[in-house]
Design a protein around this ligand. Structure first.
Ligand code: NAD
Ligand code: LMR
Length: 329
């Protein structure tokens, strides 16, 4: 018997990431090749014409799994009965800016969206915040939740994981499919910690395979931490197709259990593990024990380097939380 369609809302649907994301959702990359979808394109009133144009293109793609679309600038309508909410709509940073410079401008978007999702979406809606600064924006949205599950409010660090895996593949000269267990810890910012100590290449510790501790501690770490800025400097605008692809990966792993290795990186509400304050939206290595469910991986041994890096990124997230205390529900 064919499955009932799932509803997927994408905010910022007329933007750069939206354009790269919508066609992959329609093609079945988000929820699997047998899962029909109805896509809700949500954006500002000024972007409604552009959204309608994208809908024409979605229709012209003749995607067998696309069972409908809805275009709206009204949040109650846009999030009505949705199963998945991809919160992309927000300003991107430009050259010379930090992601945290976006906090006061973008933060309020997530107050209204958290409230509208909580009031209108399915009770077990899964939420992924992509709009920056994504960890703290997800914290804002989650703080307004009364009916939906606060644990389902997450932010995206899968792009950072993918970037780290690609660096390891290039350095060791193997396909990226050989790389596993690269956990991103903390904030989607230059303080993030790409934990190479657990990473494996062809099932062996990456540090042994590459055998260059200085490269891991300096070039590898810095490249992953500052890749977003390098792309802005090169392209003049922020990553779009790779960000869309990582959003697909995040939800696909979560909802289908499709994970290479033991874990994937997701920024999720901390349960206090590893000394991270409870409730902070913090990227941890997460396992998917069954489709639709994630668990923070416990018992990872942290050395002094890891502990210091995790303390630094925690401190930054705590100060971001203080900076938006007036936006928290
Ligand atoms: P963009 O400027 O091309 O598009 C943004 C879209 O969002 C526009 O269509 C705009 O009209 C819409 N928008 C703005 N405010 C809105 C609101 N309140 N409700 C609904 N829609 C709204 O930007 P982009 O390149 O698509 O990037 C979007 C966001 O994603 C930025 O904040 C960017 O920094 C972030 N980003 C995050 C990651 C990550 O790894 N977490 C990666 C890349 C980009
Ligand atoms: C990225 O990492 O590419 C995005 O967060 C965009 C940015 O501002 O760096």
């Amino acid at each position: 018997m064919s499955k009932s369609p799932m509803r997927v809302a994408v905010t910022g649907a007329a933007g750069n990431i939206g354009y790269a994301l919508l066609f992959r959702i329609a093609a079945g990359d988000l929820l699997g090749p047998d899962q029909p979808v109805i896509i809700h394109l949500v954006d500002l009133p000024v972007a409604m014409d552009a959204c309608n144009g994208v809908v024409m293109e979605l229709q012209d793609g003749a995607f067998p799994l696309l069972h409908g679309t809805k275009v709206s600038s009204d949040l109650d309508e846009g999030f009505g009965d949705v199963d998945i909410a991809l919160l992309v709509g927000a300003r991107p940073r430009g050259p010379g800016m930090l992601r945290s410079d976006l906090l006061r401008g973008n933060g309020p978007i997530f107050t209204a969206q958290g409230q509208a999702i909580d009031a209108n979406a399915n009770e077990d809606v899964r939420v992924l915040v992509v709009g920056n600064p994504c960890n703290t924006n997800a914290l804002i949205a989650k703080s307004h939740v009364k009916r939906t599950n606060p644990l389902n409010y997450t932010a995206m660090t899968r792009l950072d994981q993918n970037r780290a895996m690609a660096q390891l593949a290039v350095k060791s000269g193997v396909p990226v499919a050989e790389i596993a267990n690269v956990g991103i810890w903390g904030n989607h910012s230059p303080t993030m910690f790409p934990n190479y100590f657990d990473a494996t290449i062809g099932g062996k510790p990456a540090t042994e395979v590459i055998g260059d501790d200085a490269w891991f501690a300096s070039e590898f770490t810095k490249t992953v931490q500052t890749r977003g800025k390098a792309i802005i400097n090169a392209r003049g605008k922020s990553s779009a197709a790779s960000a869309a692809s990582a959003a697909i990966d995040h939800i696909n792993s979560w909802m289908t259990g499709n994970v290479t290795g033991d874990f994937v990186s997701m920024a999720v509400p901390s349960d206090g593990s590893y000394g991270v304050p409870e409730g902070l939206i913090f990227s941890f290595p997460c396992a998917i024990p069954e489709p639709g469910k994630y668990e923070i991986v416990k018992g990872i041994e942290l050395n002094d380097v890891s502990k210091a890096a995790i303390a630094k990124t925690t401190e930054e997230l705590v100060s971001e939380r203080e900076a938006v205390s007036d936006l928290l529900g």
